[in-house]
Design a protein around this ligand. Structure first.
Ligand code: AHR
Length: 501
């Protein structure tokens, strides 16, 4: 028996909607085919964006989309992706499969995609191989309203009004694919480049994201913050940045032996869970360093790449990072999002890698067909946390589950309250075999109704184009209201959401 006590009067902080963000890179079929099919395609589309995918993304209320990379960002020269499509430069995508990038999806197309999805824009600039002038001009092109060379060029290209850039990343993984820099070198470049990310809209400033650490590289965090944080910004009080990124991928056997996305053992299941839960430790570790410079938590930890990274599907290009998505991915998404919610005082954005057809995607496509992955359903079940207030919760359940060396808590949760008083509980059962009776109690609210949903299946269960609905969110009927809460049994290997009114 597990006990979940929710102190619904004890608010712990605002859950930024951006925690439910997405990331899409020029990588394989992530953008081309997955999102963008061109206007003359036989696949139904609006201005080239496939309708089925956009509609599905609207359902999960994607709050923000990061683009164009990833490693691609530090080789992307934005002027190659504007103007008449037939004149756009063709280049090699050196990072991802060495394929030809024809630049038919560029700034205008990205902004159109975000308009259709209804999400905020997160543009990642090129610090690794681009110039300061190039970055400055891109910002001017996108956001300046008046008369200027770049604003005029945008107008010539058919967009009169400036767009809103909500977030701008100054480089990506500059400790690795973005230039193999030392933290000191990057930090100095960051200070210089970010200076020219001009704020043309004082009432809606661009939030600047500084390139942060890989996994547990605390040295990077310390050195970059030392140089970049403690200097008053002429245009605001946040120093030179509004956020510091963190990248962390889960691969059960390490980089050399990531393992199959669909064919895995129970041992690999628990290894994966243990590694996913490590995210909490990473947030604490980097958060402690951030607290030294920024005790008031003015800047956010921006986990703008996270998720499972397994071997590519057999027979597919290793540079295309195409992987299937099972209940294991659903559980990783569920525990990761619960962790981000619980650390919403510091985590202000998180973008799963990557939205369509790449790594832990929410959607897979094959020509005109589309499927929603188990991970998609988790985002759907959790969407009510966006913009809600985290509340205190404590879960007691006996023992742990797992295999030797990889023991994990059986259940893991987060709870929030919306403005209208609805309590949203999201609970994950990490056990492959055990179901748990749960007694949920609210300290304040007297529950009147409960609406519950469940995602469950065997650990390797996944959707295919032939059977796209094998794993899907369903109504969870076996829940009973009690005097002070709700009683139910959470099946093995499942994710449950409860909306209590
Ligand atoms: O998401 C795939 C790649 O992983 C990104 O391009 C890079 O930033 C990271 O190493």
């Amino acid at each position: 028996m597990a006990k979940l006590v929710i102190n619904d009067a004890k608010k712990q902080g605002y859950i930024a909607p951006e925690i439910y963000g997405q990331f899409s890179e020029h990588l394989s079929r992530g953008i081309y085919e997955g999102l963008f099919v061109r206007e003359d395609s036989g696949i139904p589309n609006v201005n080239g964006m496939r309708t089925d995918v956009v509609e599905a993304l609207k359902e999960i209320e994607v709050p923000v989309l990061r683009w164009p990379g990833g490693c691609f960002a530090d080789e992307y020269h934005w002027k190659d992706g504007i103007g008449p499509k037939e004149k756009r430069k063709r280049m090699i995508n050196t990072n991802w499969g060495g394929v030809i990038e024809d630049n038919s999806f560029g700034t205008h197309e990205f902004m159109e995609l975000c308009r259709q999805i209804g999400c905020k824009t997160y543009v990642n600039g090129n610090l690794g191989s681009g110039t300061v002038q190039e970055m400055a001009e891109w910002v001017e092109y996108m956001t300046f309203e008046g008369v200027s060379p770049m604003a005029d060029l945008r107008k010539e290209n058919g967009h009169e009004k400036p767009w809103k850039v909500d977030y701008f990343g100054v480089g990506n993984e500059n400790w690795g694919c973005g230039g193999n820099m030392t933290p000191e070198y990057y930090a100095n470049l960051y200070r210089r480049y970010q200076t020219y990310v001009r704020q043309y809209h004082r009432d809606a400033p661009i939030q600047k994201i500084c390139g942060g650490p890989n996994v547990d590289d605390l040295k990077w965090t310390k050195k970059v913050l030392k140089t970049c944080f403690a200097h008053p910004h002429p245009e605001g009080a946040h120093g030179f940045m509004d956020g510091l990124s963190l990248h962390y991928y889960v691969h059960p056997g390490g980089w050399q032996n990531k393992g199959s996305a669909t064919d895995f053992t129970e041992e690999e299941w628990y290894t994966t869970m243990e590694k996913a839960l490590y995210m909490e430790e990473l947030i604490r570790l980097h958060g402690d360093v951030m607290d030294k410079y920024d005790p008031e938590k003015k800047i956010g930890l921006i986990v703008d790449e996270w998720g499972d990274w397994f071997d590519v599907e057999p027979g597919t290009n290793p540079g295309f990072l195409y992987q299937q998505n099972t209940m294991r991915d659903a559980l990783v998404a569920a525990v990761s999002l619960n962790i981000f919610n619980r650390h919403c005082d510091r985590v202000k954005m998180a973008c799963i890698a990557q939205m369509v057809n790449v790594l832990q995607s929410v959607i897979l496509t094959e020509d005109e067909r589309m499927l929603l992955t188990p991970t998609y359903h988790v985002f759907h079940m959790y969407r009510g946390h966006q913009g809600a207030e985290l509340v205190e919760s404590s879960l007691s359940v006996e023992g742990t589950v797992g295999v030797e060396g990889y023991e994990v808590p059986a259940l893991q949760e987060s709870v929030s309250v919306r403005e209208d008083g609805t309590v949203l509980v999201t609970l994950a059962n990490l056990s492959v075999r055990e179901a748990y009776p749960v007694e949920l109690m609210l300290t304040e609210k007297k529950p009147e109704t409960v609406k519950a949903a469940i995602l469950t299946g065997k650990m390797q269960a996944h959707n295919t184009f032939e059977e796209p609905d094998r794993v899907k969110e369903e109504e969870f009927q076996d829940v009973a209201l009690t005097e002070r809460g709700v009683r139910f049994t959470i099946p093995a290997c499942s994710v449950v959401s409860l909306e209590i009114r």
